[in-house]
Ligand binder design. Structure first.
Ligand code: ZN
Length: 271
């Protein structure tokens, strides 16, 4: 059996936690990440028959039955993950239609998975049905996106178009735009279901007055999605109070999408 601490998927997730903390997006114990891992890959590092603990999840997710996920722990600080991955992370296998998590590695101090597991797992189920290569759900509190949810209309088309206008790259990076949830109580199955529903049409879901969820095929792609939207929000906040002399027009958005071969969400592409 190989050493889990040397697994490329674990190393990459640890680096992502450290990077996100350094960006200031995960103050205190804020933020959480889940990464889907192939059963064969996991079996190189842990004995699939050696279940350390079983933990009820409190929700169903039939589509994820038997799948493996590396998940950040509840109450854990991203800044500490690099110093003690085994206490701060856990490798889970879902069973009983998603109602039970079997712990195969990690949470060594008796802890458990993030309180946002419903939002993560329900989002995984939705994104996997759309893209079989999907692997990552990532949640954090990026400063500028968060600030923007106080001063900008939460209408998804309006919110997306503002971000698309702030940097030429945005239409290319998230052509489907961003979806937005109004403020809701976090850590519940309700916000989990609402987030997953929003994940049907976009890989980015803003939680007003809280943060953002991103989904993607790998950690780099998902981090990059949030990084790009956050940069756009930063530019917006720098100029929102100033008179605009020019911007990226709808025609320019169409040109960017056509040139880079992406389909920008059609209903967001009219003035
Ligand atoms: Zn949060």
């Amino acid at each position: 059996m190989k050493d889990v601490l040397a697994a490329p998927w674990l190393t990459e997730l640890v680096r992502t936690c450290t990077n996100m903390y350094a960006h200031g997006w995960d103050e205190r114990n804020g933020g959480n990440i889940s990464l889907r891992i192939d059963a064969e890959e996991a079996a190189e590092y842990v004995d699939p028959g050696a279940v350390l603990r079983t933990i009820p999840t409190g929700f169903r997710a039939e589509a994820l039955d038997g799948m493996y996920f590396l998940v950040t722990g509840t109450g854990k600080y991203f800044k500490n993950v690099q110093y003690d991955p085994a206490a701060n992370l856990g490798l889970l296998r879902l069973t009983d239609g998603g109602e039970t998590a079997e712990l195969l590695w990690g949470y060594t101090d008796g802890g458990k998975f993030t309180s946002e597991l419903p939002a993560h797992m329900m989002s995984h189920a939705v994104r996997l049905a759309i893209d079989p290569a999907h692997r990552v759900v990532l949640h954090c509190h990026p400063n500028n996106l968060l600030a923007m949810t106080y001063v900008h209309d939460l209408d998804e088309k309006a919110f997306t178009r503002t971000l698309w206008q702030m940097e030429t790259e945005c239409v290319m990076v998230f052509p489907e735009g961003v979806n937005v949830l109004p403020w809701m109580l976090c850590g519940t199955n309700e916000i989990g279901m609402a987030t997953a529903e929003k994940m049907r049409t976009a890989r980015l879901v803003v939680w007003a007055q809280h943060g953002i969820y991103g989904a993607g095929r790998d950690l780099d792609e998902t981090f990059g999605l949030i990084e790009t939207a956050e940069k756009a929000a930063e530019v917006y906040l720098k100029i929102a109070h100033l008179p605009w002399k020019q911007t990226i027009t709808t025609d320019a958005m169409r040109q960017i999408a056509a040139h880079y071969g992406v389909t920008a969400r059609p209903e967001f592409l009219d003035d």
